[in-house]
Design a protein around this ligand. Structure first.
Ligand code: NOJ
Ligand code: CA
Length: 704
């Protein structure tokens, strides 16, 4: 440093250039000598918990390794691409440059599981170039966080390559053992599968395909992300992606010797996986790493790997609880279509739900089946041009319903079932969103049921990713919040576009009403909490009180009533439905919890949990300082001790505990519930018994 300072500026630059060429030349000759190139390409997270090492092997193939507390969790894993009309990119690289960067910011969630989020990482940018002509370039960004790691590829602007047609991305994830995995099949067209628990080597998505209810398009022995696993030492790993934009969704192909490889969802129609003009970046490949299962839930890695809010103020969207004309169709009490003579979405029925919402402090009402076209929905191939999203059935007066809602302080949630005909939706979108704007409607639930038209496109492919993005953009323009069903999986885009408020993207409550496999088993939610929920908010639609579904012979909800309440805290979404029919809540003391529970949080503490077994979550409501706790278990009864030390020092809280009653059981005694009131403070500990398939919910009102 000293020498530099006394040198004239130009000389200094020359010396720097000389040193740089020396390194560069050194790398090049070393790699052509078949030696290992080793410039400084290792970074550790700010707290030195996770380390990423990058290197090229003697053939110039890029590799990375991930260590957690000095133990290898991802062993040497190669990276590369196959293209159409170009040689694969996989070896023959040299490192042109490696740059490190420290980053630290705190950002605010406009709505969320917590108000402020710390985004602190160490970044390594490796710039690679092929030694052979045309010397193509590829950059890789690595970020090491204390709660995991992420990396993404960048195809920089370069001469000779304008566009790439990617046939496959071959990112490897070399696991170090036969870890226990919670997985569902890597279906290109549906994420509504059950989860399975197997060691890595036992995963067989293709075998499963034969009798899997939701099987839509499973092409490899692959899994969907988030994929969660636990090592023999108890380290938890969850694989996913962040900032999926103009690219195909990623599944993970399960190979031999504990090797996972990225498998991009393709377009059979276009014959490729991804087409992009340069320059561009891929989504982040992410691994959340935690010593305890609960750490996965507290990680904000996925949101942190997305860009800052691009749409500005979204205070026009208020997190809310809602009811609606929905469950009654799923249990066959009424229908979406008009021709059946049992049409659900009538003006009178909508007003009934509005009245119920207004009386109970729910701020939204969803009305499905309001627009023409439902006679031509499931089972039809020619779904193009069927729905127009502006024409109500004759027995539904849209304007009057909106007016009546406003009078009662309840906002209508619009419903657009696209029947997976996105081209029709694209065409109608502007008109449909203008209608919402003119009526003062600020949220829509969209749906994409069925195989995508045109044939050969899949829900998780690049073509659909871009469609879902157009909907987010239109919503942002028209001040409409989007809750997507049959979505592309969430990848943290809510940070950039906070009008993307919730999504389905897993088996929701609806399966309990009609699934021929008997509905979601009791372990479903304790698995979901540690898998799908790592991706972002889920519109699961909890709160079914009439658990045995008397009108449905073969179906019932496989939880206790206590667990239905707990889900309002365990499952995070800024829109939470009170999903049952209003009449099923009448005179039910337990409904008080749904009235009281918050939907927007100052902070979240995950108190305990193990994947697939149980989990307890505590959340502090924004503005009020009230806390809510929810705990759920799988098919096993258990006792959970809640330590209230998360509460504010010196404060007292009026607690109402809703817990499984004596002899409650999800199968034959699901609605037995006991409600206890007590005063609680920071020093309190309470042991609560959960029944098989059970749960508990606690509201803690701050005594002012
Ligand atoms: C599937 C959605 O998940 C469900 O909630 C909705 O009722 C139907 N599609 C109809 O759009
Ligand atoms: Ca669905």
């Amino acid at each position: 440093m000293k020498i530099y300072s006394i040198l004239p500026y130009k000389k200094m630059k020359l010396i720097q250039l000389f040193l740089f060429l020396l390194i560069l030349g050194g790398c090049k000759s070393k790699s052509s000598d078949n030696a290992l190139v080793n410039v400084n390409t290792k970074i550790s997270s700010p707290g030195s918990i996770n380390t990423i090492e990058f290197f090229l092997d003697k053939t110039g193939t890029p590799y990375y390794i991930v260590k957690h507390r000095d133990k290898v969790v991802i062993d040497s894993s190669s990276m590369g691409f196959d293209f159409k009309g170009q040689n694969s990119m996989k070896s023959g690289f040299v490192i042109k440059k490696a740059t490190e960067k420290d980053f630290n910011e705190t950002w605010e969630m406009p709505w969320g599981e917590q108000r402020s989020v710390v985004n602190k990482y160490k970044e390594l940018l490796v710039e690679l170039e092929e030694t052979a002509s045309p010397n193509r370039q590829l950059n890789i960004y690595f970020r090491a966080y204390d709660d995991g790691i992420g990396f993404r590829y960048e195809f920089p602007k370069q001469s000779g390559v304008d566009t790439v047609v990617i046939m496959d991305e071959n990112t490897q994830f070399q696991l170090t053992g036969d870890h226990l995995c919670w997985w569902n099949p890597g279906d290109w067209d549906s994420s509504e599968h059950l989860y399975y628990t197997d060691s890595l080597s036992q995963i067989d998505a293709l075998e499963l395909k034969k009798n899997d209810l939701a099987n839509s398009h499973i092409v490899d022995n692959s899994v969907l992300t988030p994929l969660t696993m636990r090592t023999a030492e108890g380290v938890h790993l969850a694989f996913h992606e962040a900032n999926l934009t103009d690219y195909a969704g990623m599944t993970l192909k399960v190979g031999k010797d504990y090797l996972l490889t990225s498998g991009l969802v393709g377009s059979d129609r276009l014959g490729h996986k991804v087409k992009r003009a340069l320059p561009f970046v891929t989504p982040w490949r992410t691994i959340q790493i935690a010593d305890k299962a609960t750490g996965l839930l507290e990680s904000r890695l996925i949101e942190n790997l997305n860009e800052r809010n691009k749409i500005g103020d979204v205070s026009w969207f208020k997190p809310k609880k809602y009811d609606g004309i929905w469950w009654e169709m799923h249990i066959n009490k009424s229908t979406w279509d008009y021709a059946s003579g049992k049409h659900g979405a009538t003006t009178a029925n909508a007003k009934k739900y509005i009245d119920f919402a207004a009386k109970n402090g729910l701020k939204g009402v969803l009305v499905e089946g309001w627009n023409t076209g439902w006679e031509h929905w499931i089972g039809f191939d020619d779904r193009e041009g069927v729905f127009d999203f502006v024409t109500p059935y004759p027995d539904y007066d849209l304007k009057e319903v909106v007016r009546y809602g406003k009078e009662k302080g309840v906002e209508l949630i619009m419903h657009h079932e696209t029947s997976a005909a996105p081209r029709t939706y694209d065409k109608q979108m502007d008109t449909a969103y203008k209608l919402m704007k003119s009526l003062g409607i600020h949220s829509v639930k969209t749906g994409y049921v069925g195989p995508v038209i045109p044939k050969g496109e899949y829900h998780d492919g690049q073509w659909m990713v871009n469609h879902y993005q157009r909907v987010i953009d239109k919503g942002a323009e028209m001040q409409v919040a989007i809750d997507v069903h049959e979505p592309i999986k969430p990848t943290g885009l809510r940070r950039t576009y906070p009008n993307l408020v919730s999504a389905e993207g897993a088996r929701g409550q609806e399966f309990n009403a009609w699934a021929s496999d008997g509905g979601n088993p009791p372990e479903h939610l304790p698995i979901l909490a540690f898998t799908r929920m790592l991706a972002g908010p889920m519109d699961f639609t909890p709160g079914i009180f009439d658990i045995t579904l008397p009108t449905k012979e073969k179906n019932q909800i496989n939880t206790t009533l206590g667990q239905q309440l707990a889900l309002y805290v365990v499952i995070y979404s800024p829109v939470q439905m009170a999903a049952d029919l209003p009449e099923n809540y009448e005179n039910k003391p337990a409904f008080q919890f749904i009235r009281d529970v918050g939907v927007d949080w100052e902070q979240t503490v995950v108190l305990n949990g193990e994947v697939g077994d149980f989990v307890t979550v505590a959340r502090e409501e924004r503005e009020t300082g009230n806390w809510f706790v929810g705990g759920i278990t799988d098919e096993n009864a258990r006792a959970i001790t809640v330590d209230f030390s998360f509460l504010t020092e010196g404060k007292k809280y009026q607690a109402v505990i809703y817990k499984d009653g004596a002899n409650a059981h999800y199968k034959n005694n699901p609605t037995k519930i006991e409600i206890v009131k007590m005063t609680i403070d920071k020093n309190t500990k309470q042991t609560i018994k959960l029944a098989e398939g059970g749960g508990f919910a606690i509201s803690l009102k701050l005594v002012k």
